[in-house]
Ligand binder design. Sequence first.
Ligand SMILES: Cc1ncc(COP(=O)(O)O)c(C=O)c1O
Length: 512
Amino acid sequence: MNFEKNNTTLLDQVIRSTSNKYFFNDLPENKFLYQKSIHEAANAVVNHLESRDTPFTGVSVEAIAEKFEKIFLDNESSLTLNETLEELKELYLNDAVNFHHNKYVAHLNCPVLTPALAAEVIISAINTSMDTWDQSIGGTFIELKLINWTLDHMGYPADADGIFTSGGTQSNLMGLLLARDQFIKTNYSIDPKMQGLPAEASKFRIFCSDVSHFSLKKNASLLGLGQNAIVPVAVDNHFRMDMSALEQAIEIEKAKGNIPIAVVGTAGTTDMGAIDPLTEIAAMAQQYGLWFHVDAAYGGGLLLSDKHKHKLKGLELSDSATIDYHKTYFQPVSSSAFFMRHKKYIDHIKYHADYLNSKEQEDEGIPNMVKKSIQTTRRFDALKLWLTLRVMGRRRLGQYIDDIIQLAQDTAMLLRTSGDFEVLNQPGISAILFRYQPFQKGQALSEEQLSRLNAYIRKAMFNEGEAVIASTKVNGSVYLKFTLLNPLTSVQDMEEIIHIIKKHGQEFFRNN
Ligand SMILES: Cc1ncc(COP(=O)(O)O)c(C=O)c1O
């Protein structure tokens, strides 16, 4: 027994003596190891870039799962970082989806810019947490400057405010949370922050188009309102919220005894990139006394473009808004922000913790960002957009937005003129919904056959990996989707992707 105990102690000592060098600090050996490690990691990424010329390998779930069965995390490690990076190639990098690839045109995940990647190196090493001034210092001012820059472009009043968040889902949650609590505070004699929800909360109703993002439903349930609180409103031929349908939906809910509290306009729907009529929605929100939130997670990038910014007209009239920099500002995940028209709305979530942001500190004017966030410890994501803007400038980013919108219009035209495709939308931003629908032996295919054909194409393309596209359902039928976020993707790339789609389509007919 004693021997075992001594042995353990010896092992402990060996582990202890070797592992201190891994702490990031100013000791010579640690500094050296830090630089070497970053260099090795960057090399692994560059080697990965050079190792494959497709967006995906088509690897199966089973093949990846099997590799993980051999990994035991409790084993004493004797691997160097370089050896671990070699292992990582097998486990992750070799089969990672390459969002930077010209033929990755599937989800709202953009190619990223190198100033932002350089920022990631600094963010993680310095490890600033953005909750309080005493942990962030200049970081707080960088974030505030970017928030104010975005607010200016949005056209919000001087009294507006905002905060970086983990993504559009969290930003939308904040929008609905403020809508709910502002409504309660104004209409009931209770303070929702202290006393929770009134009995009538189960009757609260929030209106959004029936093609808006699912996070609204999820957030309504998280907020104790239930998913039934979300009332889907019909869209017009361009997948934009139909204003008469909105008015009708509000009236119907009122007649049922329910209580309309908010309307959400989407500036860039996930599947179609449709932009709701924001100015008209704002007017209706005012008429019915509703909070107006704009989900511009996708469309927020249009603010960068002198040519397309006008499409967001009406955003400036909203009470709150969501913008994802990790969608159309070419930033790595996560980079998103929530904006509110008036600073006073922060009171709904503000909390003073004596150890972090005491009331006394606030009275002294110390800018503790934690009061505006639903997170406490929070990454310094703002630095990525900061370095990007300082190195590249807003106009260059705006030109990228112009380029992807142009590419989407050219691609929609390509699909339409090819004759074998149904194109569902004229791209408002850069998403195109379509399906392959050739005549077979002179006959049109049934809805069921078309769904099977298009589902087959998407799966076959994913399994092959030469180009990655997405799919979704419209009225129960499967459609294919291009989300174009890469300004370096050319019309020729899109022609090649369309060729691949047709190739797999023909294969479907041969196999079925
Ligand atoms: C319109 C819209 N809103 C919100 C979200 C959610 O954003 P996130 O994935 O950053 O949480 C998305 C995601 O695609 C979206 O398309």
